[in-house]
Write a protein that binds this ligand. Structure first.
Ligand code: MLT
Ligand code: ZN
Length: 412
């Protein structure tokens, strides 16, 4: 039996013809790519999931995206929208031969308002082009309101956040930027235990340090500890901020919650952050990584790691935990020298059942993509999933947008 994560059969979408390519080339002349060498980078994602698309389109404007989607909808051509292609759940690359619609060139600042601090940019991230039943051409839904408060009816833009390009393509976004702080300090601390007090920190456990040392040659700047946390302060007065941080560290070390620590300003900041930000990269050198992105009540966040370690015994190369503790978001990663179906069968559905038992979410920030789509029921009620299916049918009746992703197979 195929695993629930395996891709379903190719649906009967049209195949791209020379006439289709001629149409795309007319709209975006030098940005309709069929060269396999250039396409390769868009056909492989960060976790080395491979796809076989033969067409990459690189629009620069909302109008171009609208024309492309309208055409694909009328021709029944499947489209895989792609941003930075850093996805971790097989959501950002096609499954078969879907046309890749990349927003990589949609990086223009359209407007900056220095009073409110709002930047308006074309993609990556909200004007949305959608395919709608009555209308054969891609409609443009403008949700770019810059007001802080707006309760006029349903907040439609929220529908598109986390939809992974299955409802529309986001072609512009307004983001609110705080002023650049004058002083930044970063602390890297070794803790002897975890507790609610960590709720504002990023963390990594001792097992993460081995791949960081071995594969990326990043040295631990402090003594060996069960847990490490990275904290950052951002303020306007360097002397005051440093004094405050040092006072906090002194108190923390005296209370013996913190075993050791180091603080950085300017040049050293990047080095300390690398120890947290490059864990994912370090793990890829271990072989194959089974990745889980779990939301849990903060007091439970590490229990899943210890329970998984006990459950797997020596079957895994390593079981590590890191993530955004302040958000209650654990990244549980399990590595193995090679892809190992028996190991996978021991991890799943154990990890999903464990998470559901404690009312957690099986995807905190990485979405469901191809890999996790059939596990949605562990975190969402059947009625909620059925409503998602209705929304998908309303906005994309032919199902051309990022097929096989996000929604479970029974609703594809
Ligand atoms: C992170 O927080 O490092 C990213 O979400 C990547 C990951 O989970 O591997
Ligand atoms: Zn993360």
């Amino acid at each position: 039996t195929p695993s629930p994560a395996a891709a379903p059969e190719r649906r009967p979408f049209s195949r791209v013809t020379p006439e289709d390519l001629a149409f795309f080339s007319k709209i975006i002349p030098d940005r309709t790519i069929t060269d396999p060498d250039i396409l390769e980078a868009s056909n492989v994602d960060w976790l080395k999931s491979v796809s076989f698309s033969e067409v990459l389109l690189r629009p620069q404007t909302t109008e171009e995206v609208s024309q492309i989607l309208g055409y694909c909808n009328s021709r029944n051509l499947a489209v895989s929208p792609q941003g930075g292609n850093t996805g971790l759940v097989g959501g950002s690359v096609p499954v078969y031969d879907e046309i890749i619609l990349s927003t990589a060139l949609m990086n223009n600042v359209l407007n900056f308002d220095s009073v409110s601090g709002q930047y308006r940019l074309t993609a990556p991230i909200l004007c949305v082009c959608i395919c709608v039943k009555v209308l054969a051409d891609g409609r443009v839904l403008d949700c770019l309101a810059t007001l802080r408060k707006d309760n006029t009816g349903y907040d439609l833009k929220q529908l598109f956040i986390g939809s992974e390009g299955t409802l529309g393509v986001i072609t512009a976004v307004t983001i609110l930027c705080p002023r650049k702080p004058k002083a930044i300090n970063v602390g890297f601390l070794g803790r002897c235990m975890l507790g609610e007090i960590l709720s504002a920190f990023e963390f990594l456990d001792r097992e993460c340090m081995r791949p960081l040392n071995t594969h990326l040659k990043l040295a631990n700047p402090i003594t060996d500890c069960p847990f490490y946390v990275v904290i950052e302060t951002s303020g306007s007065n360097p002397t005051h901020d440093e004094e405050k941080l040092h006072q906090f560290l002194e108190e923390a070390m005296t209370s013996s919650q913190v075993i050791d620590g180091t603080v950085a300003t300017e040049a050293k900041i990047k080095a300390l952050w690398s120890l947290r930000e490059r864990v994912t990269e370090a793990l890829t050198h271990d072989g194959f990584t089974y990745k889980y992105d779990i939301s849990l009540p903060v007091e439970r966040i590490y229990q899943l790691v210890t329970d998984m370690r006990e459950h797997l015994g020596d079957r895994a190369k390593s079981v590590v935990g890191y993530g955004h503790v302040g958000d209650g978001n654990l990244h549980l990663n399990i590595t193995s020298p090679t892809k190992d179906p028996d190991l996978l069968a021991s991890i799943e559905p154990f990890v999903y059942e464990w998470t559901a038992r404690f009312q957690g979410s099986i995807s905190a920030e990485h979405c469901l993509g191809l890999k996790k789509r059939n596990y949605i029921y562990y975190s969402k009620a059947s009625l909620a999933v059925a409503l998602m299916g209705n929304i998908k049918t309303m906005l994309d009746p032919k199902g051309i947008l990022n097929p096989y992703k996000t929604l479970p197979d029974d609703l594809q």
